[in-house]
Design a protein around this ligand. Structure first.
Ligand SMILES: [Zn+2]
Length: 309
């Protein structure tokens, strides 16, 4: 059974800025009630450390151990919202292409663009697809836009033309960004207007998983990725979540994902793969259902990425 991870990122502060993890630490401290500054400083260091694998060598070693054949690397355009130069994005694309070449056959890359870049953004997406072999579009609406914003239409037209999927982050994120646009229903209008484009709701809707499941059930072109539930699993809430999706009859709309490197503290990649296999052992999933989640469904929505570099 070939495992494809449909949601991950290159671990590097060049791609996931320090502000991102620092915001997470602020929230961990606030929710834990910690008043100890040393605790915060130590946690910041830990998150810096898990975000250091810029060439994906450690990542590939963990994929090998876990039996993950391929993983999607999602580029996020944080540069627009943090006011950094456009040329940085071109450089980020180029470096991702180098990673595809460094580990042949192991990675698939989705281009990330903030739609407020207008025509330059569309050209960046086309550059990624045509020159660098990227196989999809990653959106990060908490940067401050709705995934149904009409400014995204030209981007979706490119995706329709090349038959490429769109994966959008859904759910709360680092506190320096907006949660306003992070709800599943934000995708609804785009999914209706572009029925030929496959939309994947990141983290299966996260805290909004019920609303995400409704879209997956009623919109043929909406899918869910199961990355990011490692913490929920550690609290014993994963089996019920998968039963919920099974009862809704949407297991064929679900994709395996890890969100590497975000949850590295909760265990190696193998631990998350094994957690899905456990669902079979426990009779929650059949082998067929697991095979679909592990890769068959991704192949069906992203045929062009399989066989790419
Ligand atoms: Zn992610």
């Amino acid at each position: 059974m070939e495992v494809i991870d449909c949601h991950s990122h290159v671990a590097s502060s060049r791609y996931i800025p320090d502000e991102f993890f620092d915001g997470w630490v602020d929230n961990i401290l606030a929710t834990s009630g910690s008043k100890d500054d040393r605790h915060g400083a130590a946690l910041r260091q830990v998150f810096r450390k898990i975000n250091e694998d810029p060439l994906c060598d450690e990542y590939v070693a963990q994929m090998d151990e876990a039996g993950i054949a391929r993983a999607v690397l999602l580029i996020i355009d944080f540069k627009y919202v943090y006011g950094e130069p456009f040329d940085d994005m071109v450089e980020i694309y180029r470096r991702h292409r180098e990673i595809l070449e460094r580990h042949p056959g192991r990675f698939i890359c989705f281009a990330g663009v903030d739609p407020r870049r207008g025509r330059a953004g569309v050209e960046l997406l086309e550059l990624g697809i045509e020159q660098y072999g990227f196989s999809g579009l990653k959106l990060y609406p908490p940067c401050g836009f709705s995934p149904s914003d009409e400014r995204l239409d030209p981007y979706y037209e490119v995706c329709a033309q090349y038959q490429l999927p769109v994966l959008s982050h859904i759910g709360p994120t680092t506190p320096s960004l907006s949660f306003n646009f992070a709800r599943p229903e934000g995708i609804d209008e785009a999914a209706r207007r572009f029925p030929q484009v496959k939309f994947v709701l990141g983290h299966a809707g996260s805290t909004h998983f019920r609303d995400a499941a409704v879209l997956a059930e009623y919109r043929p072109n909406v899918f869910l990725d199961m990355s990011g539930f490692q913490a929920a699993a550690s609290r014993g809430r994963f089996d019920d979540l998968m039963r919920f999706h099974k009862e809704n009859g949407i297991l064929n709309k679900i994709l395996f994902g890890t969100d590497w490197p975000i949850h590295r503290l909760l265990g190696a990649q193998k631990k998350w793969v094994d957690r899905f296999k456990q669902l079979c052992t426990d009779g929650i999933l059949t082998q067929r259902e697991l095979a679909n989640i592990f890769g068959e469904t991704f192949r069906s929505i992203s045929p062009s990425s399989i066989g790419a570099a």
